[in-house]
Design a protein around this ligand. Structure first.
Ligand SMILES: Nc1ncnc2c1ncn2[C@@H]1O[C@H](COP(=O)(O)OP(=O)(O)O)[C@@H](O)[C@H]1O
Ligand SMILES: [Mg+2]
Length: 446
């Protein structure tokens, strides 16, 4: 599938009132710009360059961006009966988004997020409030029937919605709508429940880390889900693909199921030293060996060193040589030199998108400053990023979603739609927060 079968009002007469219905999360974002990477506790007062209160939530930012791009957009979500809820609904309304079907929940507060921004990386602290009470049944059937496309955001923050999502997408499709999903991150790291949803999802919109994690979760084996940061959990089956780019390209053998968990920290650009510690429990006995760790591609040479306990088949021999030198065998946890981006290579990503496509969806992966990658009709489609002076990348992925949907719904081919999406993501980084710098259709396509 390269274009949606239904188009927005610019193309054909349609049965719909809305080009796009977004179902998902909405909350105020408190954006703290220039945050220290590790804020000090102990009642220390630290000054930061700027902070602002803006519309947040992946669903809300996508809806706002889509309306700005000219789509007739409705949003269904839950807010509390509080000032934060009023703020969110007012902001969406002011952007031209129809919020008449939103639920104001008197029992639970509106969700709230604090985003600590450090360059184009960020830490996100979310109090989910009423998000976990949003249900698929909150979407009025009459509204579902009047939308050309249904987009759902933040699957893992909304477990009730997640449980009903296959049903919701089934109904949407039966009513003639197309569907898309941006799961965003899973705070619990389980990535469960998507196998039934993907076949009903026309377009899946993860970032790279999410693509790996979902592919791993639905594949059961073949694709690894390395932790995206040094401290994390690497779970997976080591046969076929090992837990990090380092080991997969090295000569170490890792056979048999392994459950690794470990933590590590890598240094930044230039010569970096990463240290990792991992424990891998596999089949059989035996011990020893080391989990290799090193710098991520492009970050200079890294020397990995780590300690780990490796049991069973993972203790095979082999030197792991990647960037720098890591010596060890088996898998464990790797350290990573670039916080927030995993140590993997393009071949890993290719395997992940192919795995996702095999589950009946069109995966379009957002790659930050590297643009986007899709796998459609047996072909990889790559779109490079545009250069940007990034203020922050909050909501860049959601603005990408808006651009992609606006372009597909206008009937543009997939690769052109991805270019528009990349432009929308990149332009959104010009200002703090998710919506302030979202482009119009003219800006996105000129
Ligand atoms: N540093 C950057 N430079 C240029 N474009 C960027 C940058 N960060 C994000 N973008 C744009 O925003 C899109 C989505 O950003 P990304 O960070 O990959 O998604 P998410 O916000 O979901 O993690 C990218 O595909 C790209 O178009
Ligand atoms: Mg995202």
């Amino acid at each position: 599938m390269t274009t949606f079968h239904n188009s927005c009002d610019c193309a054909v007469v349609s049965r719909t009132t809305f080009d796009l219905l977004v179902v998902g999360d909405a909350n105020p974002d408190v954006i703290v710009s220039g945050s220290p990477r590790h804020p000090e506790f102990g009642q220390r007062e630290q000054l930061v360059p700027a902070a602002g209160l803006v519309l947040g939530g992946s669903g809300a930012i996508t809806a706002y961006g889509a309306a700005r791009l000219g789509l007739r957009t409705a949003f269904v979500g839950r807010v509390g009966d509080d000032p934060a809820g009023t703020f969110v609904l007012d902001a969406l309304r002011s952007g031209g988004v129809d919020v008449s079907a939103c639920v104001v929940d008197p029992a639970v507060p509106t969700a709230m997020t604090v985003v600590l921004v450090d360059g184009d990386d960020r830490a996100i602290l979310t109090a989910p409030g009423c998000l976990d009470r949003l249900a698929a049944t909150d979407v009025p059937p009459a509204l579902l029937e009047r939308a050309a496309h249904v987009h759902v955001s933040s699957y893992f923050l909304q477990p009730l919605l997640a449980r009903g999502l296959a049903g919701l997408f089934g109904l949407a499709r039966a009513a003639g709508a197309s569907t898309s999903l941006d799961t965003n991150d899973d705070p619990a790291g389980r990535w469960a429940g998507l196998a039934d949803v993907l076949p009903l999802t026309d377009v899946l919109l993860p970032n790279e880390n999410e693509a790996f994690a979902i592919a791993h979760a639905v594949s059961g084996a073949g694709v690894s889900a390395n932790a995206s940061t040094g401290a994390g959990t690497a779970t997976g089956t080591a046969a076929g693909r090992t837990a990090s780019a380092h080991t997969s390209r090295g000569a170490g053998t890792a056979a048999g199921p392994s459950l690794g968990a470990g933590a590590g920290a890598g240094a930044g650009a230039g010569a970096g030293a990463g240290a990792g510690a991992g424990a891998v429990a596999g089949a059989g006995a035996g011990a020893g060996a080391v989990a290799g760790a090193g710098a991520s591609p492009g970050a200079g040479a890294g020397v990995g060193a780590g300690v780990g306990a490796v049991a069973g088949a993972d203790a095979g021999a082999g030197a792991v040589a990647d960037a720098g030198a890591g010596v060890g065998a088996g898998t464990g946890a790797g350290a990573e030199a670039t916080p927030g981006r995993a140590v993997r290579d393009d071949a890993d990503l290719e395997r992940a998108v192919k795995e996702l496509a095999a589950h009946g969806t069109l995966p379009i992966v957002k790659r930050g400053a590297q643009g986007a990658l899709a796998f459609a009709d047996g072909e990889l489609i790559e779109v490079p990023a545009r250069p940007a002076t990034v203020v922050d990348a909050v909501g860049a992925g959601d603005s990408f979603n808006a651009g992609l949907l606006a372009a597909l719904l206008r009937g543009l081919p997939l690769s052109r739609s991805m270019s528009v999406a990349v432009t929308c993501g990149t332009l959104s980084t010009r200002a703090a927060g998710g919506t302030a710098a979202q482009p119009t259709w003219e800006e996105a396509t000129s």
